[in-house]
Design a protein around this ligand. Structure first.
Ligand code: ATP
Ligand code: MG
Length: 568
């Protein structure tokens, strides 16, 4: 029996460590029986023992579980890392050295974690096969594109650790697009439509053709020419002759080109006819040599247009792949949802740390490696699901835990005066088990401790100032009076964080979900005032540290130091 318990314990710990602190009975029983085949007959007994052990394990913090597992079965900890090596499955029809992928952002906003998913998958596949990765700006809507976004998107991709072999703008291929369009018109596959948007929508819905569809090739060619010269924004579009009776509405004569007479950040006033996503996406994937273009599942209905167009144009058909769009509970993972928040002033900008933009995440202390591991752990499944942000946090915690220096920060500080205080000069390590150096703190008889802790202390009770000594509470009013109560570590006393008078006031901002359901959360930004120990003053902008018993925090300089809360 003891043996079962021993084995159950190590697997329960391993399973808990792998699943954010919560172990699962079924998984553990499976592992036990896999190790000891002879236990198969005793499945029920095993299950009971495992459940008991799991209850104990689940009561521990993730940190304690990790430490214990390291002690009991370090090999499982290592294996765990391997098991979650976040590898993508092989690509179909892929040949070493011949895979070409691309990431095609529209330069109409800042990148968010959903884009990171796409970019990382594209990039990793190119690397996996020693292929080529292209960064392509899909910038054929001059109304949306802005120079600021091209630059920002590149900067953010670099921050993610992504490097590209080629970079170009779709808009620079417009002459080629025109040539192909003319080809379609000449073969009778496309026509210029001058109907109103409303009637186009209505006809499309009803599966009806309009008069424009009957025009001759010559009429279309002449109208096409006029689209470039005398017609104005919105006056005409070029449509594909698809299938108006198709059950797939995307095939009902989709728009290929439209007139938008607006200056373009790169092309200036050179063009006024712009290719749509349907046209540009398919054509660019094909002519730039992309072998495995990925897009999100919401485009699935447009696949038919994609391939039909390439067939008509006699262009190579890539192996189009799809994955699900990333959605995170309480977070707007879409430029379309982020933009209005900024415009209404509900967040402070693209780098607001409540946003899932890469800039927001960076400010919030999420490191690029965590984003990468998170994205790869999601894989390329097409199943739409909403994940919670704590999955990102759990991965991030594992990465930064070993690197973050520890400091004392006292939220909502209450003054504590200690009678008979021994003046101490304490050298405290900056990390409990990694050598990150130390700092010295001198103590007198005045301290500050968190109000939360004070609320739980009774007069007469003895507690410990963490890493220092014991104090007995004498009086509790607006401030606390106490008496030195020895240095011996005693069982069952609470350990309380403290700072001395040599500390400074610091604000920590805590980002909360921006949405609850689909309503904006007016309490999405919490602010905690506290005192930080003086050593915090020497930290650099951007450093991520742990405020003990409070959480991981990223340091920013903004008229003095502020902290942005990452996670516990
Ligand atoms: P948004 O709503 O954020 O504007 P988009 O698809 O219009 O999304 P693009 O700049 O056109 O944004 O997207 C570039 C690439 O990133 C596309 O391949 C797109 O499918 C992918 N992408 C965008 N958002 C997500 C997401 N939430 N999850 C996964 N991939 C995404
Ligand atoms: Mg888009």
């Amino acid at each position: 029996m003891q043996e079962i318990e021993r084995i159950a314990k190590k697997y329960a710990l391993q399973n808990a460590v792998q699943h954010n602190g919560k172990s699962n009975a079924k998984a553990v029983v499976g592992k036990i029986i896999a190790e000891k085949k002879e236990y198969r007959e005793k499945a029920k007994e095993i299950y009971i023992t495992a459940t008991k052990v799991i209850q104990e394990v689940n009561r521990l913090t993730l940190e304690e579980q990790t430490h214990l597992l390291e002690k009991l079965a370090p090999e499982l900890l290592v294996k765990e890392k391997k098991e979650r090596s976040f590898e993508l499955p092989p690509l179909p029809n892929a040949e070493e050295g011949k895979v070409v992928t691309r990431f095609p952002p529209e330069p109409n906003g800042y990148l968010h974690i959903g884009h990171a998913k796409a970019a990382i998958i594209d990039y990793e596949y190119a690397r996996m096969y020693n292929g080529i990765f292209i960064l392509r700006f899909d910038d054929t809507n001059p109304e949306n594109a802005s120079k600021e976004y091209y630059d920002a998107q590149k900067e953010d991709l670099r921050w993610l650790g992504i490097r590209w072999d080629k970079e170009y703008c779709t808009s620079s291929n417009l002459p080629k697009h025109y040539q192909l369009a003319e080809d379609l018109i000449k073969k009778g596959y496309a026509y210029v439509c001058v109907c109103s948007q409303e009637s186009i929508r209505k006809n499309r819905f009803e599966g009806k053709a309009c008069k424009c569809r009957e025009k001759t090739v010559d009429e279309n060619l002449s109208l096409w020419e006029k689209m470039h010269s005398e017609m104005g924004t919105g006056e005409a579009i070029l449509r594909l002759k698809g299938d108006l009776s198709s059950s797939n509405t995307a095939m009902r004569d989709p728009t290929l080109f439209r007139i938008i007479d607006v200056e373009h950040p790169i092309q200036g006033n050179k063009y006024r006819v712009w290719s749509t996503y349907d046209f540009a996406g398919a054509v660019e994937d094909s002519i730039s040599g992309v072998t495995h273009p990925f897009r999100t599942k919401e485009y699935e209905l447009r696949d038919e247009v994609y391939f039909y167009l390439l067939q008509l144009l006699n262009l190579r058909k890539p192996h189009l792949m799809e994955f699900s769009r990333l959605s995170i509970e309480g977070m707007p993972v879409s430029k379309r949802k982020i933009k209005p928040l900024i415009e209404k002033g509900l967040v402070k900008g693209y780098d607001d740390f409540r946003l899932p933009t890469l800039r927001g995440l960076k400010r919030r202390g999420i490191v690029p490696e965590a984003i990468k591991q998170f994205v790869l752990s999601q894989g390329i499944s097409k199943v739409e699901s909403v994940v919670t942000f704590d999955q990102v946090e759990a991965i991030n915690r594992k990465i930064i835990d070993e690197k973050a220096k520890r400091f004392f920060f006292v939220p909502n500080p209450v003054k504590l005066t200690v009678e008979g205080a021994t003046g101490e000069k304490k050298r405290l390590k900056l990390h409990p088990n990694v050598d990150l150096g130390s700092r010295e703190i001198e103590t007198g008889d005045v301290f500050f401790i968190p109000k939360d802790d004070v609320d739980h202390l009774r007069v007469g009770e003895v507690f410990r100032l963490k890493d220092l000594y014991n104090v007995e509470i004498l009086e509790k009013n607006k401030t606390v009076k106490g008496r030195f109560a020895g240095k011996t570590l005693m069982k069952n006393t609470s350990k309380i964080q403290w700072v001395t008078e040599e500390s400074f006031p610091m604000t920590v901002y805590i980002p909360r979900p921006l949405f609850i359901g689909d309503k904006y959360n007016p309490e999405s930004l919490k602010k905690v005032e506290g005192y930080a120990e003086n050593a915090v003053k020497n930290l650099k902008e951007g450093e991520i540290v742990q405020f003990e018993r409070f959480g991981f925090v990223r340091i920013e300089k903004d008229n003095g130091l502020v902290g942005i809360f990452a996670h516990k």
